[in-house]
Design a protein around this ligand. Structure first.
Ligand SMILES: Nc1ncnc2c1ncn2[C@@H]1O[C@H](COP(=O)(O)OP(=O)(O)O)[C@@H](O)[C@H]1O
Ligand SMILES: [Mg+2]
Length: 420
């Protein structure tokens, strides 16, 4: 296996349908098994007036070679555009290779051209012609069946695999595909064999509950497909125009926090640290920090403990970077009533999902204890109505009972002196 691999990075320039080569990424495998990645913007790209930087701090525009040793040599903003657990499985299935045989560059260049954000990858300098056709809702049943077959390790016919591919460079672990409907693009999230309840409907109800709490949330709806529900979440990184879809840049909170998905990097998974980062990344840092505080409180109130940094992101708009709408909100019905932890640090008392901890570093979000308390109270008042809301969203009585331990457990309300 060659010790150095490379891929060209293309960007669809903001506000246009024009995809251009922008950078070259070389990844070298060292003798000790570690990796070093070298990223350099191309000179022709740098000459463009409309060139954009992929990350203003780690990849500012310039002719320097940026070196990366974390993430097997892949810069965070590039990783965010590549496949995650589910996408990797589809690529391994397609290439009939095991994970050990594939390098990070293989995963990047074998993803489709229409992944998350505005970046794409290839082995040639010129990007391939843009794809114009997308999956439509009438193909959902076939796609759900294909995802199920991959889960079971069965072989999926090539033409169906190709249809499933547009989901592969969306991140996340659950099976999904991109669907076009009504001149919009959606992420279709499918059921999984191991699910203990109708998670698509539960996620839909949770997203709508968050919206009622004043949180900016993705548009979503359910599609019924052969006895299953598919959750359709409108893609916030695309905008329809006459000639095709505009693409917006995305970076995940993993990139903002400069950390990996591995638990070893968990110390840096933190809402207060993310709030600090918003101060330098966001075009509207005060508004975004309050929004982040609300999302943290909501996640604590519904025990969404899958709130890791890949489930928070920024989107690049014409004016600058802003928090994306909230996505992937799913309550975890844990049994302990004494203590709940989220995935990210909340405050002075670590990851504990209790009011005293939510208040403990509220100033990092630009809030006083009084205003933070008011925010918490208004979210709690809405979350308390979750049962009726879930039933109105069509969640079955059985699933409501199954989910009940997730909502406002006793330990959420624990108080301690904030000064202690
Ligand atoms: N509405 C959306 N628009 C654009 N990208 C999205 C949207 N929702 C999720 N994503 C991206 O896709 C990834 C996977 O989606 P997510 O809902 O988190 O799936 P999973 O439940 O498998 O983790 C996210 O990490 C995010 O990068
Ligand atoms: Mg996710």
């Amino acid at each position: 296996m060659p010790s150095e691999r490379q891929a060209y990075v293309y960007v669809q320039l903001p506000g246009t349908l024009n995809t251009v080569p922008a950078a070259l990424l070389k990844v070298e495998k060292l003798r000790d098994g570690t990796f070093v990645g070298r990223f350099r913007y191309g000179d022709r790209y740098l000459e463009r007036k409309d060139a954009v930087e992929f990350d203003p701090f780690q990849l500012p525009l310039g002719s320097a070679v940026y070196e990366f040793t974390k993430l097997k040599g892949i810069p965070g903003a590039v990783r965010d555009a590549g496949p995650d657990a589910w996408g990797r499985r589809v690529i391994e299935h397609k290439l009939q290779r095991s994970p050990g045989d594939l390098g990070e560059i293989d995963y990047l260049v074998n993803g489709p051209q229409d992944g998350a954000g505005y970046l794409s990858f290839g082995l040639k300098l010129e990007p391939p012609a843009p794809k114009r056709r997308y999956n439509r809702t009438h193909q959902l049943a076939e796609l759900v069946a294909a995802a199920e077959a991959i889960e079971e390790g069965k072989r999926v016919p090539e033409h169906i695999l190709e249809q499933l591919e547009p989901g592969t460079s969306m991140g996340g672990a659950r099976p999904k595909a991109t669907i076009e409907d009504d001149d919009r693009l959606w992420v279709g999230k499918f059921p999984e064999k191991a699910d203990r309840c109708n998670l698509q409907r539960v996620e839909y109800a949770t997203l709508e509950l968050a919206r009622r709490c004043g949180i900016a949330v993705c548009n979503s709806r359910l599609e019924s497909v052969g006895g299953h529900d598919v959750l359709m979440v409108e893609r916030f990184d695309r905008e329809h125009t006459e000639g095709g879809y505009l693409r917006f840049g995305l970076v995940s909170a993993l990139t903002m926090l400069d950390c990996e998905e591995s638990y070893l990097d968990r110390e840096r998974w933190s809402y207060p640290l993310l709030a600090d980062q918003l101060r330098r990344w966001s075009d509207k840092p005060d508004a975004d920090r309050i929004e982040l505080f609300r999302r943290m409180v909501f996640n604590a109130a519904v025990t969404n403990n899958d709130d890791h940094p890949r489930n928070h992101a920024l989107r690049r708009t014409a004016r600058g970077w802003r928090l994306t709408p909230a996505y992937d909100l799913v309550p975890a019905p844990l049994v302990s009533l004494e203590r709940r932890d989220l995935a990210m640090t909340i405050g002075k008392y670590g990851r504990t999902a209790s009011i005293y901890n939510l208040l403990s570093q509220c100033e990092r979000f630009g809030l006083t204890v009084e205003t933070a308390r008011t925010e918490i109270e208004s979210i709690v008042a809405i979350v308390q109505t979750w049962r009726e809301h879930f039933r109105a969203c069509g969640v079955s009585a059985k699933d409501v009972e199954y989910m009940a331990p997730a909502f406002l457990p006793e330990c959420f309300f624990f108080e301690k002196s904030v000064e202690s």
